[in-house]
Design a protein around this ligand. Structure first.
Ligand SMILES: [Zn+2]
Length: 135
């Protein structure tokens, strides 16, 4: 492989994403070619150098505020986030409320109704089996 081809593969070579054939050819070439070796070392130096500029004080303050808002959001935001969970909880709550109302209505319909006592005369002076049901 010529220098042009080798230098086109140096980034992939550095990050270990070049296939074995390219890797072997690059290894062999870098040993013998000073120009490509210095190009490779330049890529390596650039990739491993720490960032030159630190973020400004204003940017750092904004980043801290954004992180604080994520880590410790205000109560209302926390409730909103909780309600909007993977399955929105307000939907679950409204479906549950409808089910509770329907269950209450169904229970009310099927509950045995007390017999009306209309037309039944109670003789409160007597304690008999006939009056027992009225109490
Ligand atoms: Zn070369």
């Amino acid at each position: 492989m010529g220098c042009g081809l080798i230098q086109g593969t140096l980034v992939a070579y550095y990050f270990g994403t070049a296939d074995d054939e390219v890797r072997a050819a690059t290894d062999a070439h870098l040993i013998s070619c000073k120009k490509c070796l210095s190009a490779y070392l330049e890529i390596k130096r650039h990739a491993e150098a720490p960032a030159d500029e630190a973020p400004s004080d204003a940017l750092q303050a904004r980043l801290r505020a954004d992180i604080a808002a994520i880590v410790q959001p205000p109560a209302l935001a926390r409730v909103r986030r909780w309600m909007a969970g993977p399955v929105p909880r307000y939907k679950i709550a409204s479906v549950a409320a409808v089910l509770v109302i329907l269950a209450a209505l169904a229970a009310r319909e099927s509950a045995p109704q007390p017999e009306p006592l209309a037309g039944t005369r109670l003789d409160t002076a007597r304690t008999s089996d006939g009056n027992a049901g009225a109490y």
